[in-house]
Design a binder for this molecule. Structure first.
Ligand code: ZN
Length: 509
């Protein structure tokens, strides 16, 4: 009886397996091999991932800024890799998965975007009564990347955190005339303030109040979260994320420069630290007109371009093959800005390399998993999760049947531990994959992380698991995030964990 069934099944596969003929592979998708994952984990190659990170961070891909030719090239790199892996060879039609509508090849999703680039040699000079200094690009200032061109000279007004929410009893602009002035506000928000207030909100308010431009800086007093992340006072690459009608020229300046502006600009030489502490303690404003002026000059070139998401699929074999696990990583970074290449090795060539390596190993499995596994390479993450939002608005696999989205971001440097954020699933699921991959003692499990391509999925009700290498990422959004800083052991751990997790989710009963 058993023999007859095998015989009948093989006839069925032979007559209906159109894709397997195309790829020249005969895959017996009816065989499960529960021990394969142990062998799969051994196949993960740190060298391969380090080589991919070096390639993706090289000048060939120019920092992979969304909407540029270089990012299109990097999309082609990922698509070529997917097609070389022939992931779709696993898409043998079986009686169980024949009705699965998921696509069978690598696939692209696009949308029009604008690529803004700050041209070389932006200029920012700060002057006070007895001092004038031209700031150094990088350590002392960096224009906000989607800032319009600037040619502005005006006095600087300190406006605390730049909040205006009278209903909550805080208005950093109360009683001030900031028309045609340059406002200086701190990053983040004071501890007592409970409302949501983004950088884009602060820019919008400054514009509404008539400011000509803005400067922003990290305050000298760090929150526990900032300390844990290793936040420094150095400016980093940032998109304001405002819509075009709300844009205002702006720059991130170092904490040291902000301290000098504030301290020299107050009659009683009050340090910025004292003002920041007073705002946090009392929840009330400490805004004032400083005696310093700033001159901002730079050119921004904006050109139309295209955002590319790239995807490929291993089709599951069981009646659950219409359920999908997503393994996603953003590919984009900041490109070349203000004359500096932002190579984005840790952010997120590392996650892209991990995704490709996990795909390579899964493609070598002797049997397809029960559920389908969709690999997604997003662009536009740095500009406000554009690619993942695009995917969620036009999902290739129904979101209601997407049983988990694994997001890999910043997988290349740190302290050797894995930080895992889980939503919509029991944390024990994430812990089990730690056991399977031999990493139990290196996992730090949390709930939701704000920021990242998992967020649109979480908002759409899809369970998410975000994997980030633990500890400080000292080159975060800096031109120093280069391939030579990557730790092979760390990317290897992340890949082992993601492989075990994906296999577990895809084969769970
Ligand atoms: Zn980033």
């Amino acid at each position: 009886m058993k023999l007859l069934l095998v015989f009948l099944a093989s006839i069925f596969v032979a007559t209906s397996a159109i894709e397997s003929v195309a790829s020249g592979t005969t895959l017996d998708s009816t065989i499960t091999d529960s021990n394969w994952i142990e062998r799969g984990l051994e196949q993960i190659s740190a060298e391969r991932m380090v080589a991919d990170i070096a390639e993706l961070s090289s000048s060939r891909f120019g920092g992979r800024q969304t909407g540029t030719d270089q990012d299109r090239e990097s999309a082609a790199f990922v698509a070529d890799r997917f097609s070389a892996l022939r992931l779709h060879r696993s898409t043998v039609s079986t009686p169980e998965n024949r009705t699965n509508p998921l696509p069978q090849r690598e696939w692209k999703q696009t949308m029009p975007v604008t690529a803004a680039t700050i041209q070389d040699e932006p200029f920012l000079q700060i002057a006070s009564a007895n001092n004038q200094s031209t700031l150094r690009v990088g350590p002392e200032f960096l224009p906000i990347l989607d800032s319009p061109s600037a040619d502005i000279h005006s006095s600087i007004v300190f406006v605390g955190y730049g909040l205006s929410d009278p209903a909550q009893g805080i208005d950093d602009y109360a009683g001030l005339d900031i028309r045609n002035k340059i406002v200086l506000f701190l990053r983040g928000k004071p501890e007592p303030y409970k409302g949501a207030f983004t950088h884009a909100d602060k820019v919008r308010i400054a514009k509404e109040k008539g400011a000509a431009a803005y400067l922003t800086a990290t305050g000298p007093v760090l929150s526990p979260y900032e300390v844990r992340r290793g936040t420094t006072g150095t400016p980093t690459a940032l998109y304001a994320g405002t819509d075009p009608s709300q844009q205002l020229p702006g720059a991130w300046i170092s904490t040291d420069i902000a301290e000098a502006i504030v301290q020299n600009g107050t009659p009683d030489n009050k340090p910025l630290r004292d003002l920041q502490e007073a705002i946090t303690r009392t929840g009330s404003s400490r805004s004032f007109v400083t005696s310093a002026t700033a001159r901002l000059v730079w050119t921004t070139l904006s050109s139309p371009g295209t955002l590319y998401n790239v995807a490929s699929l291993i089709r599951g074999y069981s009646p659950r093959s219409d359920e999908t696990i997503i393994i996603g990583a953003h590919r984009d970074h900041f490109g070349k800005q203000a004359g500096r290449l932002f190579a984005g090795a840790d952010d997120n060539a590392s996650g892209t390399a991990v995704m490709l390596e996990v795909a390579r190993v899964l493609a070598s499995a002797p049997a397809a998993p029960k559920r389908s596994i969709l690999f997604l390479s997003f662009s536009g993450e740095e500009q406000g999760l554009l690619g993942s939002r695009l995917y969620v608005s036009q999902p290739i696999a129904p979101l209601a049947k997407t049983v988990g989205m694994i997001n890999i971001d910043h997988a290349g440097v740190g302290n050797g531990r894995l930080t895992v954020g889980v939503t919509g699933l029991e944390k024990s699921v994430a812990a089990e994959a730690g056991q399977a991959s031999g990493l139990s003692d290196k996992l730090d499990l949390y709930g939701f992380f704000p920021g990242g391509d998992h967020v649109p999925f979480k908002e759409a009700g899809v369970p998410t698991i975000t994997v980030v290498s633990g500890g400080v990422h000292p080159h975060f959004h800096q031109p120093t995030d280069t391939a030579d800083t990557i730790d092979p052991e760390i990317v290897k751990s992340v890949a082992r964990y993601v492989l075990a997790l994906a296999w577990q989710l895809a084969n769970a009963p």
